[in-house]
Ligand binder design. Structure first.
Ligand SMILES: NC(=O)c1ccc[n+]([C@@H]2O[C@H](COP(=O)([O-])OP(=O)(O)OC[C@H]3O[C@@H](n4cnc5c(N)ncnc54)[C@H](O)[C@@H]3O)[C@@H](O)[C@H]2O)c1
Length: 387
């Protein structure tokens, strides 16, 4: 019998709850040999921590991060706090020597991310970052198809993340709408996922040629005490939004490819969709998380011209992560964002078990942040910014 890994989650908001779900389900796959002990949910909002612990079956809830870090029997910790707290809390968690799985982004700036990366590299423990979209079987399969050379050398890349969570002007003025507290609006909150996804598929971005950032909803009602996530507020008191609702980036890749990344948090009617489309010398491939159970590949000259076209491929057990997360073993049953959280926590716990580092480490998070930093600078100066 494998010794269980005793885990805790710091932050009981939207992302912390998704991590709790991931730990809860990580050992449920038939093929999984992961054993987890669900220990603590920790959040200064203790009633929230208690309700999340009860829902996902964690033994304890508290508001005391320092007391959690002093416990020698805790093996691994997820951190899912607002971006401005990463720089305070992640150093303590990293120095505790425990395995750490941090939500993206790590910090609000390139300087914060680089400093946290340096601390992570000093730790002997596993230090990973939650780029959850990479764990969707369709996106991971697309990246594999490109790496296998099925579409030749990639020359054109399109990445997007459209969401509507900020489309309602009554949406509360949470930390997400403060440049100071968040480090970026759409360009970082959802851009972090899209930028990581295109770098996952097409390699490193080495410059931002142009970036246009725009705020459409300039003020919002103040949030109620204890509010989490994206909910509306009925407060008559309003405050300014100080970061972007929309970000459009033109980028260049180390490989010589060029691309566009389109980000909007006010995309009415598109609740949550990340996509990547890549064209190469021998074909193209695309993925859109709104139909997460499939991806498309076109390989030029694969069959006779009259029948050669893009193939819609439904994900199944032969694709990455699928057999460990799908509720039924057969292809076509589909996987979505819930399964991505199960898969990323499984990956973290597998690394804890074997001592291997995660593919999504703090270095990948800094690489993503460098693109955001360059985009913010390019939007300010109008100039091309090299990374
Ligand atoms: N991977 C993903 O898809 C995904 C999705 C959402 C958020 N995230 C990331 O997770 C992190 C947390 O985001 P979230 O959506 O869970 O936020 P949230 O606002 O829903 O929750 C934040 C939590 O932090 C707690 N908190 C502790 N100190 C606080 C303080 N001083 N001010 C405000 N809240 C405080 C709150 O009580 C709350 O439980 C962010 O870094 C975000 O980028 C990732």
């Amino acid at each position: 019998m494998t010794t269980p890994i005793r885990v805790a989650v710091i932050g009981a908001g939207m992302a912390g709850q998704a991590h709790a779900f991931g730990y809860r389900t990580a050992s449920m796959a038939v093929s999984s040999s992961i054993a987890v002990e669900l220990d603590s949910i920790v959040d200064p909002n203790v009633p929230l921590a208690e309700s999340v612990a009860a829902r996902y079956g964690f033994a304890r809830a508290s508001g005391d991060i320092d007391a959690l870090l002093e416990r020698e029997d805790i093996d691994a910790i997820s951190v899912a706090l607002p971006n401005f707290l990463h720089v305070d809390v992640l150093p303590k968690v990293l120095r505790s020597g425990k395995h750490v799985f941090a939500e993206k982004p790590i910090g609000r700036t390139v300087a914060e991310a680089s400093a946290l990366q340096a601390l992570a590299e000093e730790s002997a423990a596993v230090t990973g970052v939650g780029f959850s979209f990479r764990r969707l079987p369709g996106l991971a399969a697309l990246a594999q198809a490109v790496a296998d050379g099925r579409i030749g050398d990639v020359h054109t890349v399109r990445g997007w993340y459209y969401a509507d969570y900020a489309a309602d002007p009554a949406g509360a003025l949470s930390w997400r709408y403060s440049q100071e507290q968040s480090g970026g609006g759409a360009v970082l909150d959802i851009g972090s996922h899209a930028i990581d996804a295109v770098q996952f598929v097409a390699g490193a971005i080495d410059r931002v040629d142009n970036a246009t950032l725009r705020t459409v909803i300039g003020e919002r009602p103040k949030p109620a005490a204890g509010a989490i996530g994206h909910g509306a507020s009925a407060s008559a008191e309003h405050g300014p939004v100080t970061n972007d609702d929309i970000a459009l980036l033109s980028v260049g890749f180390e490989s010589g490819a060029v691309g566009h990344i389109e980000l909007s948090r006010i995309a009415q009617g598109v609740p949550n969709a990340l996509g990547v489309e890549v064209f190469g010398t021998k074909g193209h491939a695309s993925f859109d998380s709104i139909s997460a159970g499939e991806f498309t590949v076109f390989e030029a000259g694969l069959t006779d011209a009259p029948y050669n076209g893009p193939r819609r491929i439904f994900t199944g057990p032969e694709h990455p992560y699928f057999k460990d997360v799908a509720a039924m073993p057969g292809g076509g049953v589909g996987t979505g964002y819930a399964e991505a959280f199960t898969a990323e926590i499984q990956e973290f716990l597998r690394c804890v078990g074997t001592g291997a580092q995660m593919d999504t480490d703090f270095g990948k998070a800094t690489a993503m942040m460098q693109v955001v930093g360059a985009a913010l600078e390019s939007s300010r100066t109008g100039a091309r910014v090299s990374i």
